[in-house]
Design a protein around this ligand. Sequence first.
Ligand code: SAM
Length: 255
Amino acid sequence: MAAPIDITSGDAALDAFLAGGYMQIRGMSSRFAAAICGHVIKRQSDIGIGGDILEIGTFEGRFFVAMAKLLQAGEHALGIDVFTWPSEKVYDHFVENCANHGLKPGSTTAWKVDTLKISAAELRAKLPAGRARFVHVDGEHNAECLRNDLELAHAVLHPDGVIALDDMLHPGYPTLIVTVIEYLNRHPEMRALCIVDRESITAAAKLLICRIESVPKYEQELMRFYAPFHYTLGADFLGHFTLVLTPDPTLPKID
Ligand SMILES: C[S@@+](CC[C@H](N)C(=O)[O-])C[C@H]1O[C@@H](n2cnc3c(N)ncnc32)[C@H](O)[C@@H]1O
């Protein structure tokens, strides 16, 4: 196995979890992405953006526990999954992982439901703050589910909130980005804030999106804190120069 990438979130409790428990929980999200998303959530707390945290597609809770480590007093983390794959035991593992990795009792909820069967109003009612400041969308990887999950996330998003989309630009799901571009065209107030590149084929890339007015609240800070991972050529994303963070941003030497 490759040596872990030397990256931190800047939050001591989360960094301790990323160094130990994170990889012990079965799951698919990279430690690289968890650190960067954790830093985004920490940044929100630092500048007074409050609200709940939401994940669609928790599986056994690897990424959920990481995000929930950053909850502030009175905030809540809601995890949604059908909890049937690979067996019904995944629900028990999720609940055990939340408890065993130090999340405060009562600060999290597991909602066993198919997101195709819920409305935005039902989702909002499950969020004690009535809105989410950070949403990780990692449910079924097909166009119908992603379109639905994106609209649910959008409906409950804090005005300065961030949506993180999993497995973007993944060789195994090459057409998912079409659904994201359709969403961005439907919601021109939203922008691709940052591409968090993959660690491996399974610990794949995430795309962070937020409202255009919120970009300055995150972009410079991410560039500053993650300077060693900044791919300075960036990405042309629908006319916006989107920040790219990657485990190895080395460019070829051209004399
Ligand atoms: C790739 S896994 C999530 C991995 C997890 N977020 C992590 O980082 O370890 C995708 C999850 O989405 C769930 N899922 C798929 N379709 C769903 C739906 N329609 N509603 C709710 N959950 C769904 C699956 O049960 C599965 O646990």
